[in-house]
Design a protein around this ligand. Structure first.
Ligand SMILES: Cc1cc2nc3c(=O)[nH]c(=O)nc-3n(C[C@H](O)[C@H](O)[C@H](O)COP(=O)(O)OP(=O)(O)OC[C@H]3O[C@@H](n4cnc5c(N)ncnc54)[C@H](O)[C@@H]3O)c2cc1C
Length: 453
């Protein structure tokens, strides 16, 4: 321990920053964390949590419809945007307080204000300099701004939760998971949603069957997905509406336009370059496998290093760093088989390699696939279908990819992620008894490969 007042100074009280602060303080370190917005960062305030709450809200519309097939009579339903926004605010406010209490309870000094790295051992917050032995940059990411004429007419995911008026027509630009989730959510809440994506299919990087299946399901539910759609400009169209003009001359009119084409690391104005901290072309902080930047004593974790932009990854990186710095144990995050869910309607759950990636990596693979109408929808009247898929490395029988589109796919696959982490083979899947009647049992009952090469 040095004579600097803090052993660790963390910039950003989001997923990674708060976890690092608490863990380090619990290990006896003197810790400060600076935050210029609400505690909890993107996940709590503008990401995972409010999005999932809105996704729950959107599912009710389907539930009311489906209830008829089970004998229920549900009267005319109406949706009140103001109630959802207000209740979300209360819950997020509660979480902000919980984060504050967790930091205070761990003895972490919280400094409110925008922070800047002023020296190798110095951070400036609101004009005051603080000395620290080590600095961790955990400033997360920020949505890419709309880069077309009229781009100022668009909003980002930061603004969508609090739109003053519910958009009866929403245009979503982008094909990544955030774009798809908001397209599903606002469609479920009753908006007419047009999703415009310039690529050939939404959700680039996901398994091909998953992409095609979820796109078809979203279209069935009413999302107007247009692929190969390159936005040329956003223009005023009277009454506050916006016309999204496409390169092929066609257009879509919307009350709100959500630009969700990606996120960039939050490093602008942090003073890192002046200090010689290496950044990549996207502005991400370059770190080694122990989250050390190119300047000794300065570290970075989470979205700002732009490896995998997910909360559990930021948490894992923060804990590995703290163990390394204060626990005497060099620990590395294993980025293989990260399970993830996409809260489209229906949900996606995925772990490991897509069929195409596995084909490129292994000499021979086997693919198992099952597509079916879930039991619930035999009476619900819904035409939704579930897809499940396993990708197996033929050389050692290991399951290297597991994918699902269907209700609660994220809940379903978490347990399978443990099995895959443990190196489960297809033979072990086969030897596992199913839970009947569930959709999940399909993962342990698929016997015949649909492809093998
Ligand atoms: C719409 C959306 C939905 C998402 N859904 C999911 C999901 O379902 N599951 C999932 O795992 N992940 C999801 N994510 C991603 C997840 O939110 C991030 O991966 C996670 O929050 C990253 O944590 P972090 O600590 O790196 O950064 P953040 O949580 O972004 O925290 C960074 C913090 O630093 C603060 N900060 C930045 N600069 C400064 C400065 N100079 N001074 C002081 N403070 C500063 C910011 O205000 C912020 O609070 C979603 C993201 C978005 C945008």
């Amino acid at each position: 321990m040095s004579d600097a007042p803090f052993d660790l100074f963390i910039i950003g009280a989001g997923s990674g920053g708060v976890r690092a602060a608490r863990m380090a303080a619990q290990r006896g370190a003197r810790v400060a964390v600076a935050e210029d917005a609400a505690l909890g960062g993107t996940c709590v305030n503008l990401g995972c949590i409010p999005k999932k709450l809105y996704s729950f809200a959107a599912h009710y519309a389907e539930s009311f419809e489906e209830a008829h097939g089970f004998g229920w009579s549900v009267g005319a339903s109406t949706f009140d945007w103001e109630t959802l926004k207000a209740n979300r605010r209360v819950e997020i406010g509660r979480l902000n307080d919980v984060y504050g209490e967790l930091l205070a309870g761990s003895g972490v000094t919280l400094l409110r204000g925008r922070a800047r790295v002023a020296g190798r051992h110095e951070v400036e917050v609101g004009g005051v300099r603080h000395r620290a032995e080590r600095i961790v940059v955990a400033t997360g990411g920020w949505p890419v701004a709309a880069d077309v004429p009229g781009g100022e007419r668009a909003i980002s995911s930061n603004e969508i939760f609090d739109l003053a008026r519910f958009p009866s027509r929403l245009a979503v630009i982008g094909g990544g998971y955030i774009a798809c989730e908001f397209a599903s959510i606002f469609n479920g809440l009753g908006a007419h949603v047009t999703q415009l994506y310039r690529g050939e299919q939404i959700l680039r990087g996901f398994d091909r069957d998953i992409r095609n299946h979820v796109a078809a399901e979203m279209i069935k539910k009413g999302v107007d997905i247009r692929v190969g759609a390159k936005v040329r400009a956003l223009e005023a169209d009277g009454d506050g509406a916006t016309r999204v003009v496409l390169a092929d001359g066609s257009s879509a009119i919307a009350d709100a336009v959500l630009y969700a084409t990606g996120r960039v690391p939050n490093t602008a104005g942090l003073g890192l370059e002046a200090l010689g901290v290496a950044l990549d072309v996207n502005g991400a902080v370059v770190v080694d496998d122990r989250y050390r930047t190119s300047v000794s004593g300065i570290y970075a974790v989470g979205d700002v290093i732009d490896r995998v932009q997910l909360t559990p990854v930021a948490l894992a990186e923060a804990m590995a760093l703290v163990d390394d710095l204060f626990g005497g144990a060099e620990r590395h995050v294993d980025y293989l088989h990260i399970p993830t869910a996409v809260f489209t309607h229906p949900n996606i759950g995925t772990i490991g390699l897509s069929e195409d990636d596995a084909r490129g990596r292994f000499e021979k693979i086997r693919v198992y696939r099952s597509e079916f109408k879930p039991l619930r929808h035999t009476l619900s009247g819904s035409a939704e279908r579930t897809l499940m898929k396993l990708v197996v490395d033929d050389a050692n029988d290991r399951v290297v990819g597991l994918h699902m589109v269907g209700a609660d796919a994220g809940e379903t696959i978490q347990g399978f992620a443990v099995a895959m982490k443990a190196g489960a083979t297809k033979a072990i899947f086969d030897a596992t008894l199913g839970i009947h009647p569930t959709a999940a049992e399909e993962f342990v009952t698929m016997r015949e490969p649909v492809a093998s090469s």
